[in-house]
Write a protein that binds this ligand. Sequence first.
Ligand SMILES: [Zn+2]
Length: 163
Amino acid sequence: MSIARFWRETPRRYNLGGSKCGRCGTVYFPPRAVCPACPHHRETLAQMAPFQLGGEGTVFSYTVVHEAAEGFEMQVPYVVALVKTVEGPILTGQVVDVDPASVRIGLSVRATFRKLREEGKAGVIHYGYKFAPVEPGNGSALPPRRTERAVASAPTGADRTTA
Ligand SMILES: [Zn+2]
């Protein structure tokens, strides 16, 4: 990504600034100019307002990445998840501060702003949101029972046969 494009996108990278439809209440991230959920979405053009997402949500789906993209080699294995925010939009991001093997669907996470990568000789450092687990204490403090876990983290589970 070019530096110019990165900085154009920076407000939402840092602030999770989305938009909310004043007619039906649907929240969008990235922000949208009109609301596709409303039947006459062109009429919502003047009703979309900036909306700040809180960054809290739950893991909706995830993948453990073992082969890193360029610039991410030091972080393998890492987890990329779809996180369903409490406001509704689903965000994609890396899950940090957690053993990849213990990430599970439904895990409560919160967006946190971290270094994404450094770029070459210029030393440009990009920051953006990642997700970290929310500390237990909101009801279910019991750790997950590993013996009962499904094979949700198996990346290629097609046609598996039992030995
Ligand atoms: Zn709407």
